[in-house]
Design a protein around this ligand. Structure first.
Ligand code: HEM
Length: 408
């Protein structure tokens, strides 16, 4: 760690360095030492406690980052297409728009629909496991992130939305670029990368919606475009913005979940063997991966009015940073929290958020990862590290950029 931790502000600064992003966990412990709620100046509250994050996510007075919130937090954002599009999706909206969007899209993610996706996901995953085995057959290192971890959720979301297979691999760049717009920024120019990714993706979805409107198929883009045209519940831009959210949210974090789950299996061969012998262990294993090394580390909220939160007075406009990955290691909630224990029971990680914005794709993400891991480990019993992994320089959505493996 390059920046010494002398106070909470120094710990937060250290968290933003490449070293801090690579291994934020000691810094969360340093922050926790100051208590579950930390004031950083008059305008920011940092939350590291599990109970406090849980409560914040259900507090109607704490707003998600919609356009009005962004006007206070990041003046100038309206010149940047990344946030112009983000602010039209359900994740970055509040009541009443949020309910309108969520109602419109939630029918596509009912437990029945997800259960119906399982055989499709299993077929796609088997194909991708075979593909990986083929790529690594000569013993050469293969990048697990590009060749498997991204392709699994991309294939599943592609099948669901109706994105042709030949277009899918090219989305990794724009998806990754868009997630950089969610990082804390000091300078609006840091949004340029996200803007570029968003422009490319918006052009793609505008065309896809037009094509499916003209000639519908059996996919979600066709179904929801027709529903929009019939009901008028959403504008065309809102429809496209939320399709883009589904693709970005439905690929980047699930990719990181699969990458982190494999890395933990390589670090803990006894658990990898357990998964090979008994795939029924996968739900507990994936739940513990989500707690221990979550793809989503931090969420933002803003106090709508002057209010009190857990006994702390907040003025309107106070930024509330929820370090959910720290909450996932809160010793008041999890015994022996720094230990990776897939046999843990009552695992209530904060990784899929909670309250109104609870992840719409949580069941889908779990299903894919629980299917992929045991199949991969069984088919490739000799899978192992083949060089140094690379980390993305991101904190909010943290994961590997590159994870070289040998397949046997
Ligand atoms: C490991 C995988 C995933 C993680 C860690 C994750 C995490 C999250 C989190 C933390 C939120 C809420 C953020 C907040 O409260 O501010 C969220 C919302 C959302 N997620 Fe996921 N997600 C994952 C997979 C997926 C998948 C597969 C989909 C695909 C459909 C998806 C779609 C969404 C949507 C649409 C929302 C917005 C819900 C709303 O605002 O009402 N996510 N996700």
């Amino acid at each position: 760690m390059s920046t010494p931790v002398t106070d909470p502000g120094a710990a937060m600064t250290a968290l933003m360095t490449p070293e801090g992003k690579r291994d934020p966990y000691p810094l969360y412990e340093a922050l926790r030492a100051y208590g579950p709620l930390l004031r950083l100046g008059p305008d920011q509250l940092v939350v590291t406690g599990h109970a406090e994050c849980f409560r914040a996510l259900r507090e109607p007075g704490l707003l998600s980052t919609d356009g009005a919130v962004q006007d206070r937090m990041m003046p100038g954002w309206r010149e940047h297409s990344s946030w112009v599009w983000l602010a039209r999706n359900m994740l970055f909206s509040n009541s009443p728009d949020h309910e309108r969007y969520r109602r419109f899209f939630s029918g596509a993610f009912t437990p029945r629909r997800i259960a119906g996706m399982r055989p499709v996901a299993e077929g796609l995953i088997d194909g991708l496991v075979e593909r990986l085995a083929g790529l690594g057959a000569d013993g050469a290192p293969v990048d697990f992130m590009a060749e498997f971890a991204f392709r699994v959720p991309m294939a599943v979301m592609g099948a669901l939305l109706g994105i042709p297979e030949e277009d899918q691999a090219a989305f990794r760049g724009p998806v990754g670029d868009i997630t950089t717009a969610l990082e804390p920024i000091r300078d609006l120019a840091q949004l340029d990368r996200g803007d570029g990714g968003m422009d490319r993706m918006a052009a793609y979805f505008t065309e896809l919606v037009a094509a499916r409107r003209a000639a519908p198929r059996d996919d979600l883009v066709s179904e929801l475009t027709r529903a929009r045209d019939e009901s008028g519940e959403l504008s065309e831009e809102e429809l496209i913005a939320n399709f883009m959210l589904l693709l970005v949210a439905g690929t980047e974090a699930p990719m990181d979940l699969i990458g982190n789950a494999l890395r933990l299996a390589l670090d803990h061969p006894e658990h990898a063997d357990g998964l090979r012998e008994n795939p029924g262990l996968a739900p507990g294993y994936i739940e513990e991966t989500l707690r221990f090394d979550p793809a989503a580390q931090a969420l933002n909220r803003m106090a709508a009015t002057d209010m009190e939160f857990c006994g702390v007075p907040l003025t309107a406009g106070t930024k509330v940073t929820l370090l959910i990955a720290a909450g996932n290691r809160d010793p008041r909630r999890f015994p022996d929290p720094l230990r990776f224990d897939p046999y843990r029971t009552g695992n209530h990680a904060l990784t899929f958020s909670g309250g109104a914005h609870f992840c719409l794709g949580a069941a889908l993400a779990r299903m894919q990862a629980e299917t992929a891991l045991p199949r991969l480990l069984r088919r490739l019993p000799g899978i192992g590290p083949a060089g140094e992994p690379g980390f993305r320089d991101q904190l909010v959505q943290r994961g590997f950029d590159r994870l070289p493996v040998k397949c046997g």
